[in-house]
Write a protein that binds this ligand. Structure first.
Ligand code: PMP
Length: 330
């Protein structure tokens, strides 16, 4: 019988899919690494299983223990899936800008979720960083994976995402583009691709306008899961050749185009990464092979990015038809 004993076995090994429509004009190939094929629906499954394996091995996570983590949803889903298989309790802490649907998903997997205000400084006692620290200290047998500092986060991408991209492109990848949140994806996969290619692969970060990675001050933006107002340990500043800033509007308009034109129903950070990838592809020659990582699916954003009223309220849509004005993103 062709049976998998656990969903955990199915994490990683996601497909690479050619973008054909939104690339009009670019001579380079643009290939999307579609991470919603992971069982938890996002790239974060990779780090979840790796961080838990390492914590079990070191004794930091004991049988029956509780996993406490500040997460915008995707890391929580990955952790919840592995936790369910292995009998751990999960308590997640989310900022209130996270879509309601994503929080409901975490609860559906059996996790407990604490929601905190977005509009406070990271060192404020109500910030989601502070609240998760407090819970991790108070709950007995609690373990905090700390995806912003855990070296297993970038390591999981060094050992899975990077090698997969190299193998799938048969070593022909020339550019790797990914959004930067914790920095785990770009630092781990980027380092691997640089090493294996002898420095030939260019690594390009995509960042929301306002975030520190692209020189911003940490001012608010609406794209979820990427950008920072602090510099986490998981981001290796030596890996990116360039970091491109992308506006909320361009990110969301491209996200809608990906659903309509490429049948890729994906999240806002995917639109952001694709805008950056298309800028790279526009400058690159015909032999370039640009791989862009799409971190998650779009179903968690139906009430925001895919909702005309929400988009209009923020001024992201123009025209009376209520449709995104396409073609002007780049
Ligand atoms: N997009 C989304 C939707 C995410 O949840 C994350 C993870 N925070 C990222 C992009 C960025 O990935 P990383 O943390 O590896 O930089």
């Amino acid at each position: 019988m062709q049976v998998h004993d656990s969903l955990v076995e199915l994490m990683g090994n996601t497909p690479l899919v050619r973008l054909r429509k939104v690339t009009a004009g670019a001579r380079a190939q643009v290939l999307a690494k579609v991470e919603y094929f992971n069982p938890g629906g996002s790239v974060k499954d990779r780090i979840a299983v790796r961080m838990i394996d390492a914590a079990e091995a070191s004794g930091a996570l004991r049988p029956g223990g509780t996993i406490v983590e500040p997460t915008s949803g995707n890391t929580g889903v990955g952790l919840a899936i592995v936790a369910q298989e292995r009998g751990y309790r999960c308590v997640f802490v989310c900022p209130d800008k996270v879509a309601r649907d994503k929080i409901d998903v975490l609860r559906a997997y059996g996790a407990e979720v604490v929601v905190c205000p977005t509009a406070v400084a990271p060192d404020h006692p109500d910030s989601y960083y502070s609240v998760s620290d407090r819970l991790a200290a108070e709950i007995p047998d609690a373990w905090k994976p700390d995806q912003y500092a855990n070296p297993e986060n970038p390591r999981s991408h060094y050992e899975s995402t990077g090698p997969e991209i190299w193998a799938q492109t048969e070593g022909q990848v020339t550019h790797f583009v990914a959004g930067i949140g914790t920095g785990g994806t770009i630092s781990g996969a980027g380092r691997y691709l640089k090493e294996v290619s002898g420095g030939r692969v260019q690594v390009i970060g995509a960042d929301p306008e306002g975030s520190v990675y692209s020189g911003g001050t940490g001012r608010p933006y609406l794209v979820e899961g990427v950008g920072e107002d602090i510099w986490p340990d998981t981001y290796d500043r030596d890996i990116c050749d360039r970091v491109l800033a992308v506006s909320d509007r361009d990110s969301f308009v491209m996200t809608r185009r990906l659903a309509r034109e490429e049948a890729l129903l994906v999240g806002g950070s995917c639109g952001m990464a694709v805008v950056a990838a298309l800028r790279v592809a526009a400058e690159a020659g015909p032999d370039a092979v640009v791989v862009v990582l799409l971190p998650d699916g779009g179903r968690g954003y139906l009430s925001k990015i895919f909702n005309d009223e929400w988009m209009t309220d923020y001024g992201f849509l123009r025209g009376s038809s209520g449709e995104a004005v396409v073609g002007d993103v780049l």
